[in-house]
Write a protein of this length. Structure first.
Length: 483
């Protein structure tokens, strides 16, 4: 059940009474203008857990709807961690949104199962599942942004957590007012005291999550012990001071982000939307501070979660790149894999699954995990184009009409065109300097028994075109074009 605010529910206890009900509203308006969070006529989804912060968030935004011509809705996710209490939270949020005349999307997730599968902490898993849910709501509702109820106290706690863990500037930037262009935090300048005062003034009911009192959770120890200690013994305005620190460091981090982005634009390329190639000759020219940001950019660019990286992992990666161990694989959390080459660093997300696709001639087949296709056609020898690494040409009389495109398998051998004898595909990949990370995605074209062509590299001497050839089969490796 929901219950009314009482002094026992204050996060740190009210250090001063704030009777002006417009304090939080004013801070929200200021934050929205300063960070350009909401435009006139925008559709905004408020993420509402049922706690005091999110209840106040929805109440304030609802009061500003007419002024901003805003279309407001709510969303709530039951993480499946608190049983009946979680279901009661969902019912409370649904009723509260309805009382304001607002639509509300409610879902239930199995965060515990997700954490087991992803091998991450409950806190990290809950965050990932929650933001995945909010992104879906954003897209389904065709909204412009999702507002969350993070406050100045949340900001201070996050700064302290990351400071104690040894985070760099990116970590100390803590909670950003606007993230990824769609997550907004209108309450970020409002303190817990101001929010609880607002709730009391307006008679708002809210839910209390009892897990916020569990003392073996790192954030809760900071919330209930460290912050009050700092307020009492060192600085009564420590929350505001840590918020200013986050603002200053965020500005510096954003500058480094720009420098790193420019560096990647100048010295890297993306293949197939998921493989990044970085020029290692340019790497030493980047200052250590930029290199740290670059590593996070590399992870983000190939689809990884940079927030899973801690400072030591970033430093270990910098040291590994500096050692330049050619052909070695380096792995980071979330399935990020890197390989040092002679002059480039190759980065990808996850491994490439084996594939096998059978088709008839003529035909076309898309190569899995790439933006490539292989097209094979038959025609007169007189019209045959020249063979290249991306095009193979065979005498149609000496190759079958049923082909297979697959990934490499142990024991693969071929007789490369223009070379004497047979060689294993492993040796050929070494000679062709194919990165180990990418070998499983190279298309191998066979007739069932023989390797006819390693697409993008070399065709075999099987079925070679001669002066007696009448008709040819032409196989081409092509980039897929958008419809």
């Amino acid at each position: 059940m929901a219950f009314l605010l009482s002094e026992g529910h204050f996060r740190y206890g009210l250090s001063s009474w704030l009777p002006m009900s417009n304090t939080v509203t004013h801070k929200v308006e200021t934050a929205v203008r300063r960070h350009r969070m909401i435009g006139e006529g925008d559709r905004v989804i408020a993420a509402v857990s049922g706690g005091v912060d999110s209840v106040v968030l929805l109440h304030v935004l609802h009061g500003l709807c007419d002024r901003w011509s805003m279309n407001l809705g709510a969303a709530h996710l039951d993480h499946g961690l608190r049983g009946e209490e979680g279901r009661e939270d969902a019912a409370f949020v649904t009723d509260y949104a309805a009382s304001l005349g607002l639509p509300c999307v409610v879902e239930r997730a199995d965060v515990a199962a997700y954490c087991r599968e992803m091998r991450c902490s409950i806190e990290q898993g809950a965050r990932e599942v929650r933001y995945g849910f909010l992104r879906r709501v954003l897209q389904d509702q065709r909204a412009d942004s999702v507002a969350t109820g993070h406050t100045a106290d949340d900001q201070a706690e996050t700064v302290l957590m990351r400071l104690l863990r040894g985070s760099g500037s990116s970590g100390l930037s803590a909670i950003r007012p606007v993230r990824d262009g769609w997550i907004i935090r209108p309450l970020l300048d409002a303190t817990a005291d101001e929010i609880t005062a607002y709730a009391r003034t307006h008679g708002l009911s809210f839910r209390v999550d009892r897990t916020n009192e569990v003392q073996d959770l790192f954030r809760n120890r900071i919330r209930h012990h460290l912050v009050p200690l700092l307020q009492r013994e060192y600085n009564p305005r420590i929350v505001q001071g840590l918020g200013r620190l986050a603002d200053v460091v965020r500005g510096e981090a954003e500058y480094l982000d720009q420098v790193a982005s420019t560096f990647l634009d100048d010295h890297s390329r993306i293949a197939d939307g998921r493989i990044l190639h970085l020029d290692l000759d340019a790497w030493p020219n980047a200052a250590p501070a930029v290199q740290r940001v670059l590593i996070r950019h590399l992870v983000r660019t190939v689809g990884g979660n940079e927030e899973r990286l801690d400072f030591d992992q970033v430093e270990d990666t910098r040291a590994w790149i500096d050692r330049g161990a050619i052909g070695r694989i380096h792995e980071l959390p979330g399935g990020i894999r890197m390989e040092c080459r002679r002059s480039e660093l190759v980065v990808c997300l996850g491994s490439f699954a084996p594939f096998r696709l059978d088709f008839k001639i003529p035909g076309r087949v898309e190569v899995p995990d790439t933006n490539l296709s292989i097209r094979i056609e038959e025609g007169p020898a007189a019209d045959a184009p020249a063979a290249t690494p991306r095009r193979a040409v065979f005498d149609a009389e000496f190759v079958p009409r049923h082909w297979t495109v697959r990934s490499r398998v142990p024991g693969d051998h071929m007789s490369p065109y223009g070379m004497a004898g047979r060689k294993s595909l492993k040796k050929l990949f070494n000679e062709w300097d194919v990165p180990r990370l990418l070998r499983d995605r190279v298309p191998v074209v066979t007739d069932g028994d023989r390797v006819l062509w390693v697409a993008g590299h070399r065709q075999s001497s099987e079925g070679m075109v001669t002066g007696k050839t009448r008709r040819v089969m032409v196989a081409e490796l092509m980039a897929n074009t958008p419809d």
